[in-house]
Ligand binder design. Structure first.
Ligand code: SF4
Length: 312
């Protein structure tokens, strides 16, 4: 454990560079598309966009770059949301084809200002990608839509391959980590709804280093399994700016390994990606999901395959 501000050595990432990075950036700008990679200043962009081991990956952020909420750990701008761009679903599908992605992660800002929370727009983007190529794996990282079951059903009906939603931290720390409109029970209810309505794999992410206790993380894993969550990731919280939540501690890599073992061996999660640099969509199980869904491997075999291929 390491308190205070100096980042430990294990938190190193390389800056984005190279022709592939520039290509992806221009494709996105040409179509006025946003990525959470850029909006949240993700430390892994350099690696993800380089595409050294494959077409690369990018997480498209739908419905603009301004969120209706203001979580204290997040670098995305709050307020001043623009009307939805009706061309965005088709533009995302075009960009996916142009970049040559075979695994796409779609996320969005929260749009509590819209009657359906933007769920119809989100669902149409899934459909637009699948219409272009049904073989593309689409992982969605959705908002809680304020717990609206119809909004969640719209996403389920669009049949993405994975539905993720981030519970972010343990129940006691929901506030001040997350916006007050988010809460633990509401996030668990998202998974419960997907689990009741479909066989779609579900996934969530927890940040470590915001002040959680081990027994709280343990309990959270139990609660997540109760609502059918299959995949969980653990990553280190990193402070985007001094005006954001302080880092309580830099969690040692051995602790991340322990949580991976606990999640898979004690709670039977199908897969757990756990490491300081792991983010919702960075090395966060894609290799496992591909092995499971595209290659039809058993969960155990898919896990072995993902680990052998460098998955955290
Ligand atoms: S809901 Fe919170 S975490 Fe998500 S984009 Fe908005 S401010 Fe960031």
């Amino acid at each position: 454990m390491q308190r205070g501000r100096r980042k430990p050595d294990w938190l190193k990432s390389r800056p984005p560079s190279g022709s592939r990075f520039t290509e992806i950036k221009s494709t996105l700008r040409d179509r006025d598309l946003h990525t959470v990679c850029e909006e949240a200043n993700c430390p892994n962009m350099g690696e993800c966009w380089s595409g050294e081991d494959g077409p690369g990956t990018a997480t498209f952020m739908l419905m603009g770059d301004r969120c209706s909420r203001g979580c204290n750990f997040c670098d995305v701008e709050t307020g001043g949301m623009e009307p939805l761009d009706p061309d965005e679903p088709a533009n995302v599908a075009d960009a996916v084809a142009e970049i040559g992605l075979d695994y796409v992660v779609l996320t969005s800002v929260d749009r509590d200002d819209l009657a359906d929370g933007g769920s119809a727009h989100f669902a149409e983007t899934i459909r637009a990608i699948k219409r272009r190529d049904p073989e593309i794996i689409v992982e969605t990282l959705i908002p809680d839509f304020q717990g609206d079951p119809e909004a969640i059903d719209r996403i389920v009906d669009a049949e993405p391959d994975v539905i993720a939603h981030n519970v972010e931290t343990v129940e006691r720390l929901q506030w001040p980590v997350r916006d007050r409109r988010a809460n633990y029970e509401q996030s668990l209810a998202v998974f419960d709804r997907v689990d009741r309505e479909s066989d779609i794999h579900t996934k969530t992410s927890l940040m470590l280093g915001v002040g959680e206790y081990d027994h709280e993380v343990y309990r959270t894993l139990g609660d997540l399994r109760e609502v059918g969550v299959d995949v969980v990731t653990f990553g280190q919280y990193l402070q985007p700016s001094r005006s954001h939540l302080d880092v309580f501690e830099y969690v040692h890599p051995d602790v991340f390994k322990t949580w991976r073992r606990v999640a898979e061996e004690e709670f039977d999660f199908l897969y757990c990606a756990s490491g300081a640099m792991v983010r919702s969509s960075y090395k966060a199980g894609e290799l496992f999901v591909e092995a499971l869904l595209r290659e039809g491997r058993s969960p155990e075999d898919a896990r072995r395959h993902a680990r052998a291929a460098g998955g955290d």
